[in-house]
Design a binder for this molecule. Structure first.
Ligand code: HPA
Length: 247
C-alpha cells in the first residue's frame, strides 16, 4: 500500500505528535538497516510513515546515520514524498533561534559518507540533476500549509551541511557565510541527494536551535539552550504537516 507522505525526524523529534500508529516495520535493505523502526499510521486522514533519523533514543550521530538504508526503506514502503526535519544553526541575520525555515539550496561540506546508491560494485552510474536540490512543488506546499496553519516560516535559505558531530569553529562559519550558506546542519546531506536518486519528492523543514558559531549575540553554544529552543520550534512541525495533508 502506498504512503501519502514519509517524514524523517531529526534531533528533538523522535515520535510524530498526532500520528496514530498502526504498524511498526524495520525492513532490511541492500544497504543495511535503517535508523530504527519505521512507524506507519494515520495523520490528518492520510497514510504517513515516520522514521527518527538518529534512532528513537538519539544514539546515532549525524556522520553514522545510514542515510541510504533510511531513504531506500521509505521508498520501498511506497513513499513518493519525503520531508526531512532538521535541527540547524542560524547564520543569516533573519535566522535566529526558534525560526523555522524551508530552505531552497544546499552546500555539502560533509565527507566520508555514502552519498549515492551508485556506490555499489556493478551499479549503473547515474548523474542526477541537483541544481534545485529540493522539490519546488513540495517546498511551496509546505510554505502554503504553514501560512494556513498560522506558522511563520522563512521561505528560502541555503543549507550548509557539515560533518559534525562537533559544532563548527567561528572561522568555518565565516567561510560558510562567504560561500552563501544561511543555515548550518549536519544531516541535510546526503539525504536530499539520495531521495533525488530514487525519484522521490523531497523538502526540508529546518528548525533553528541556536546562532551558529560567531553569529548573532551568542558567545557560546550550550546544548541545554539548543534543546529548549528546538522544543519550541518542533511544536510547529505537526501544524505545518497536518495543514499540508489536509490540503
Ligand atoms: N551547527 C551544526 N548543526 C547544528 C547546529 C550548529 O550550530 N545547531 C543545530 N544543529
Amino acid at each position: 500500500m502506498s504512503l501519502d507522505l514519509a517524514l524523517i525526524g531529526g534531533t528533538g523529534l523522535y515520535q510524530f505528535p498526532g500520528l496514530v500508529v498502526s504498524e511498526r516495520v524495520r525492513p532490511d535493505t541492500p544497504f543495511g538497516a535503517p535508523s530504527g523502526d519505521i512507524v506507519i499510521g494515520e495523520l490528518a486522514g492520510k497514510r504517513v510513515a515516520f522514521l527518527a533519523r538518529h534512532g528513537e533514543s538519539h544514539t546515532i550521530a549525524p556522520h553514522r546515520v545510514n542515510y541510504r538504508a533510511n531513504v531506500f526503506a521509505l521508498h520501498a514502503l511506497g513513499a513518493k514524498r519525503v520531508i526531512g526535519v532538521n535541527a540547524v544553526g542560524g547564520i543569516r541575520a533573519d535566522m535566529g533561534p526558534k525560526v523555522v525555515v524551508i530552505p531552497d539550496q544546499i552546500i555539502d561540506y560533509t565527507h566520508g559518507r555514502f552519498t549515492s546508491f551508485c556506490d555499489v560494485d556493478g551499479a549503473k552510474v547515474d548523474h542526477i540533476d541537483f541544481s534545485e536540490p529540493y522539490t519546488e512543488s513540495l517546498r511551496q506546499s509546505l510554505i502554503a500549509a504553514a501560512a494556513r496553519a498560522g506558522v511563520e516560516v522563512v521561505k528560502d535559505g541555503c543549507y550548509g551541511a557539515t560533518q559534525g558531530p562537533r559544532l563548527e569553529t567561528r572561522a568555518e562559519i565565516a567561510r560558510m557565510q562567504r560561500d552563501g550558506s544561511d543555515l548550518v546542519g549536519m544531516t541535510g546531506m546526503p539525504e536530499a541527494a539520495l531521495a533525488r536518486e530514487l525519484g522521490l519528492e523531497y523538502a526540508c523543514i529546518a528548525l533553528i536551535a541556536n546562532w551558529a558559531a560567531g553569529c548573532g549575540d551568542q558567545a557560546e553554544i550550550s546544548l541545554d539552550e539548543i534543546f529548549a529552543n528546538l522544543a519550541e520550534c518542533t511544536a510547529q512541525v505537526p501544524k505545518i504537516v497536518s495543514a499540508m495533508l489536509v490540503g
